[in-house]
Design a protein around this ligand. Structure first.
Ligand code: ADP
Length: 396
């Protein structure tokens, strides 16, 4: 039976998925979903079957997963034990940055891989790890069709005013642009909306992807018009440990007055800020909701305030609003955050139904609300699996 493997390689983690492709026409069926984290230090593998039953939840010997190639080998061992007859004909990779050119998934050839390596300076914390995963899989499966799926691709057709900064134009030409990220999630939500509510999909929609990483995207007709993330995955909303939007003057101040190095500022903005920095407690929304401290409440208040501000800004960019979609770990699960974001939004025609919200239904707005509010669990893995299936269909 023909299968596709999906891989999402982070700095010290490797998420993997095994999908059955059937006749190549229907949606890929997930069979195994797993993750190895703490690669290189104390690796641990978790994996489940499609029915949620646990296949693995155990530490691995450090030397067995010392790098991404080792981790991939361990994931493949597990897949071979569980599905010995799976033919792996396609591999789909999540790659954070596709640069200005890639508006669709790309087949991974040595030339494309070399081109993607030149984008490493644009996403130094993610791209090198993504490409380490690609190299490991190219070595393990030299005959499989391999495809890169970019977080930036979904936004590549947004208008120029949402693509540029007001810097001298030479910087735009060098690639200093508002790329936007979380594209696989937005792609999934756009497709799902087309299935369950086509009249909304064709309209003006804001999707709030609220997880450890968080961003919002304004779409018309299922295509990105504007998003809160820009040149890097730091911009826009505050996140678990990332600052979100920041006056660039703050960075100049940190350099000039505090004498901080690039590495120190990067560490501050990516790892010590956001909900963690504001609360002094945790980057985890569940813990903040449970915590009874003023700082935790203020961290939540700031998170909500920035979402509401961006909601207004994106609605203006779209020329109005027909639907708001929540997704991501917080967007899908937090009754409190959805409530706070939607509170008092009658001015834009949005009214949350608190009972539906508490039950976590798909439609959580009232019947009278002109703006529909939906909760749609996102699925980035299936987007990668579909791209692998499509590429295999074209070239395999
Ligand atoms: P990532 O961006 O790493 O994929 P997720 O989308 O898994 O992150 O989101 C993780 C976030 O979702 C964490 O802050 C977690 O606390 C939050 N979360 C998950 N379940 C709940 C819940 N029931 N209530 C509030 N927050 C939740």
């Amino acid at each position: 039976m023909v299968h596709a493997l999906t891989l999402n390689a982070g700095s010290s983690s490797l998420k993997f998925g095994l999908f059955e492709l059937g006749d190549g026409r229907g949606d890929p069926t997930p069979r195994i979903l797993g993750e190895i984290d703490r690669i290189g230090s104390q690796p641990h593998m978790r994996a489940t079957r499609e029915d949620g039953s646990v296949l693995s939840d155990a530490p691995l010997p450090a030397e067995d997963a010392a790098d991404h190639a080792g981790a991939l080998a361990r994931a493949l061992d597990l897949i071979a034990r569980e599905r010995p007859h799976a033919q792996l004909r396609a591999v789909g990779h999540r790659v954070v940055h596709g640069g200005p050119e890639h508006a669709a998934p790309a087949r991974l050839t040595p030339e494309v891989l070399a081109d993607l390596a030149t984008l490493e300076p644009l996403a130094p914390l993610h791209q090198p790890h993504n490409l380490a995963g690609v190299r490991a899989a190219l070595a393990a499966f030299p005959d499989a069709v391999q495809v890169a799926c970019f977080d930036t691709a979904f936004h590549r057709h947004h208008p120029w005013v949402n693509d540029t900064f007001a810097l001298p134009r030479a910087y735009y030409d060098k690639g200093v642009r508002r790329y936007g990220f979380h594209g696989l999630s937005y792609d999934y939500i756009s497709g799902r909306l087309a299935e369950i509510a086509p009249h909304l999909h064709s309209g003006r929609v804001i999707v709030a992807h609220l997880g450890n990483g968080a961003s919002m995207c304004g779409m018309i007709g299922g295509r990105s018009i504007a998003s809160t993330m820009g040149f890097s995955a730091l911009d826009g909303l505050p996140m678990g440990t990332r600052s979100g939007q920041l006056d660039p003057g703050v960075v100049l101040y940190l350099m000039e007055q505090e004498g901080m190095s690039v590495a120190e500022i990067s560490d501050l903005l990516y790892r010590k800020s956001g909900l963690l920095g504001l609360s002094g407690l945790s980057n985890d929304m569940r813990r903040l909701e449970e915590a009874d401290t003023d700082a935790a409440r203020e961290a939540i208040a700031y998170f909500v305030f920035r979402i509401r501000r961006e909601l207004g800004a994106l609605a203006a960019a779209l020329g109005g609003l027909d639907a708001l979609v929540f997704c991501g770990g917080i967007g899908e699960n937090s009754v409190l955050i959805r409530h706070k974001v939607c509170e008092g939004m009658g001015w834009i025609g949005l009214e949350l139904d608190d009972a539906r919200n508490a039950r976590g239904e798909t439609l959580v707005s009232t019947d009278l609300s002109r703006v529909r509010v939906l909760v749609i669990p996102t699925d980035e893995e299936i987007v990668i699996a579909r791209a692998a299936r499509d590429m295999l269909g074209r070239v395999g």
